[in-house]
Design a protein around this ligand. Structure first.
Ligand code: PGA
Length: 251
């Protein structure tokens, strides 16, 4: 089996002023990294530049929370992949559930955003996940496979090489309700099986699949212990330096 480097990513969402972001990331540069994980933070656009500057000599990588699908143009308020890259991002989230549900990003839009990010060499963390209603109707994998199929449509395995998938059950995001390690493992294994079936076993074995949804310092160890969980995408607790440091240094 391929050895996959773990990833611990923090999504700061619409939090932190520039001053707060600078203080937080400075604390994180001193957090240690006993698992040799890839550490990623996704600040607001306004803090991308300062956070990149402050992490220059550290292992921390900086992600945008989203990018537009065009390189430039009349798209008031949007940020293009060129701009995100210029501000220092080397990765971007695409398809976070808040983008899907609050801002109406459809699979087709997300597909264009993935293309735009890849065009400019931004690594993609592609987020998928089911609502509680979908889970209770037994449609979890049907929903996730649809999100993967449509969101990643028209790309070859070669193009998708290095993509990171984040499984974030909508009912667990910001609710304090975490999927059990068993629930996470079940979906992660199913996603890996889908990747093997759709691309190749080699691709499936190499692709990192992160879990997100109320990951905390108190539950990260048991979640990370599951064989198909390769990392965590953390919201709330990534805003608190000591908590996120503990998550980075999971046991
Ligand atoms: P949460 O958010 O950790 O606050 O549940 C996770 C996410 O939205 O990525």
């Amino acid at each position: 089996m391929t050895q996959r480097t773990p990833i611990i990513a923090g999504n700061w969402k619409m939090h932190n002023t520039i001053t707060e972001a600078a203080a937080l990331v400075t604390a994180l540069t001193k957090a240690g990294n006993k698992n040799h994980a890839e550490i990623i933070v996704a600040p607001s656009y306004t803090s991308l530049h300062i956070v990149t500057r402050l992490t220059k000599d550290s292992e921390i990588q900086v992600a945008a929370q989203d990018v537009h699908w065009e390189d430039k143009g009349a798209f008031t308020s949007a940020v293009s992949p060129i701009q995100a890259k210029d501000a220092g991002a080397t990765l971007t989230l695409i398809g976070h559930s808040e983008r899907r549900s609050v801002f109406g990003d459809t699979d087709e839009i997300l597909n264009k955003k993935v293309a735009a990010a890849m065009r400019h060499g931004l690594k993609v963390i592609f987020c998928v996940g089911e609502t509680l209603q979908e889970r209770e109707a037994g449609k979890t994998m049907q929903v996730i496979e649809g999100q993967l199929k449509n969101g990643l449509a028209n790309f070859t395995e070669e193009q998708l090489n290095g993509i990171i998938i984040a499984y974030e059950p909508v009912w667990a995001i910001g609710t304090g309700k975490t999927a059990t390690p068993e629930q996470a493992q079940e979906v992660h294994a199913a996603i890996r099986a889908y990747l093997a079936k759709t691309y190749s076993d080699k691709f499936a074995q190499a692709t990192r699949i992160l879990y997100g949804g109320s990951v905390k310092d108190t539950n990260v160890d048991e979640i990370m212990a599951k064989p198909d969980v390769d990392g965590a995408l953390v919201g709330g607790q990534s805003l608190i330096a000591e908590k996120f440091a503990r998550i980075i240094n999971f046991n």
